[in-house]
Design a binder for this molecule. Sequence first.
Ligand code: URP
Ligand code: ZN
Ligand code: ZN
Length: 466
Amino acid sequence: MAARSLLLIRGGRVVNDDCSQEADVLVEDGVVRAVGRHLLPPGDAPAGLRVLDAAGKLVLPGGIDTHTHMQFPFMGSRSVDDFHLGTKVKEEMKILTQDKGVNSFKMFMAYKDMYMVRDVELYEAFSRCKEIGAIAQVHAENGDLIAEGAKKMLALGITGPEGHELCRPEAVEAEATLRAITIASAVNCPLYIVHVMSKSAAKVVADARRDGKVVYGEPIAAGLGTDGTHHWDREWLHAAHHVMGPPLRPDPSTPDFLMNLLANDDLTTTGSDNCTFNSCQKALGKDDFTKIPNGVNGVEDRMSIIWEKGVHSGKMDENRFVAVTSTNAAKIFNLYPSKGRIAVGSDADIVIWDPKATRTISAKTHHQAVNFNIFEGMVCHGVPLVTISRGKVVYEAGVFSVSAGDGKFIPRKPFAEYIYKRIKQRDQTCTPTPVKREPYKGEVVTLTSRGTKEDSTHGTRKQAQP
Ligand code: URP
Ligand code: ZN
Ligand code: ZN
């Protein structure tokens, strides 16, 4: 029989989305067994207990990155960080949800002739999602307008990375965001907008939420941490490194704006949309920006970026930080409270976080396969000291103790209460019923092209029968 594994995180400040407390955390066999003060005074410690000192540090639920692409075959290339799960068509959606534990599906409104779906397909897919209890996700950009805009830019001789943003300005993202929300609302399906990148699209999401729509917006590390002015850099490669869709916006006040909305619950979760291509892959588009593979890094730096720009800046507190980096995602994707919370019975996915320490982000020191970092040189407060995954210390003092395959797919159940309670209630109370009224008993006439009226008994239409 395997010896039980025991871990005590002593003396830290345990932070959940709704409260913080000074407490120890006792972990047994990968699960939190107790949270409280002085759980095991020195001397009472059982043999084999590992103690981690967290005095002066924060003890946070492990982050949940809502959006990554690993080994993603895309635009003639394959993203260089690995792991990806693909999704497909209508019948398979049901099988994936019922048998395989997949409860969200991403639809692309962009990438014409590749992935783009049209409104009627969105309507069908949203209806299906709602039927099987999944959450519909959209990449919201108008693919037709992008295709036309790209042709226009190239005809003008604009072939560099700046053309990428110029052919898909904010309105292209905002229009698709509103359209997706309108379609989802028509079928009463909860909607999740991935990578909200512009002020205009974020405002659409915020307005819809205030209108009572069941919609969630996900800004990403890139959009919160940097901006699209880099597309105009004199060095082609630097500019190309920042190309992703929807684009980083040239308005430098965008990251601050998105962070304010995230702090105030207009936006809900944070992903990284990590989709990395090396410089030589980006160079596929050296003569034509439409051929630059879209995607940037963020999976490693997401938490630090949000701490720096969100908490250190004073826009949000430590609890909101936990909400937007972990808890809200766990609730939406039906993993809560196993994930997204430090409480008795939760999985011991925990980060010991030093809120005062700083680190400088650099491709020279990062742990990703990609050879550049869009946050290069950024100094961030908030440093992970220890990372614990299902009770096992997987990172400590700069050293990783993980092997390929250690990660675990977690099947998720459909109909997450956090989003579906409201949907179900609306189905019961908001479904229109036909009005009972007396049948029409009068005359029916047909107007001819000459505008004259024919007697219905001699014309093309029959009189309605009582
Ligand atoms: O540019 C991006 N975002 N690349 C990843 C694919 C996607 O659209 O999410
Ligand atoms: Zn996307
Ligand atoms: Zn993505």
